[in-house]
Design a protein around this ligand. Structure first.
Ligand SMILES: [Zn+2]
Length: 206
């Protein structure tokens, strides 16, 4: 009798584990994503007249938050609104949550105002390099399909990329110094389109 009970207990434990193991292949699973809106508070990032990088990244992040109605995509943020957030605090947030992906949003600036387009950065040499590369390629392809100019996926030793212990992609959404890019970066409709593309991508990778 005791033996039977032991066997049943072992079987029950096995069933529990079977259900608690994350099913990475199946279509139905919750994906956790940290959206890191670059800069904030006293750190304005790139600026052009009244436009600031911190405001653009915050606006797009808020739009992603509002558009995401997929219950299987859980979003987390490294800052709420216009607050200054130290780069180490951002990394700590990421490594505490341990999401499936960290997306860092930024806006570029160049003295040469003809420089334009989106750039995707990853840490290719990190333990999550391959997966970061896969996510960056998929997301950049989605933007390309919608007509955005893509400068490519590059590797960079950015602190948030090298210190995050999860797949991480840093996106430079466009150049605030370029007239065409500035047009879409600062337009409410285009910010909605960018947020929509990111939201759709997150829905697809879950
Ligand atoms: Zn930036």
């Amino acid at each position: 009798m005791k033996k039977t009970f032991q066997i049943l207990a072992i079987l029950a434990l096995g069933v529990c584990f079977a259900f608690s193991l994350p099913n990475k292949e199946g279509p139905k699973r919750v994906i956790n994503v940290v959206i890191d809106a670059g800069h904030g508070g006293k750190d304005h990032g790139a600026t052009y007249n009244e436009f600031t990088e911190k405001q653009i990244t915050d606006a797009i992040t808020s739009k992603i938050k509002a558009l995401n109605n997929d219950k299987e995509v859980a979003l987390y943020f490294t800052r709420e609104g216009d607050e200054f957030t130290d780069i180490n605090k951002r990394v700590t947030t990421v490594n505490t949550i341990k999401p499936d992906l960290m997306l860092s949003l930024h806006v570029n600036y160049n003295k040469l105002d003809e420089a334009s387009g989106m750039e995707f950065f990853i840490n290719k040499n990190g333990v999550n390099g391959e997966q970061s590369d896969m996510y960056a390629a998929r997301l950049s392809d989605k933007f390309k399909d919608k007509g955005f100019k893509i400068r490519g996926v590059k590797t960079a030793p950015f602190w948030t990329l090298t210190k995050s212990e999860v797949p991480a992609v840093h996106i430079e959404l466009g150049f605030l110094s370029n007239e065409i890019d500035r047009g879409y970066l600062t337009s409410d409709a285009s910010q909605n389109e960018i947020a929509g593309i990111v939201t759709e991508f997150l829905n697809e990778i879950k």
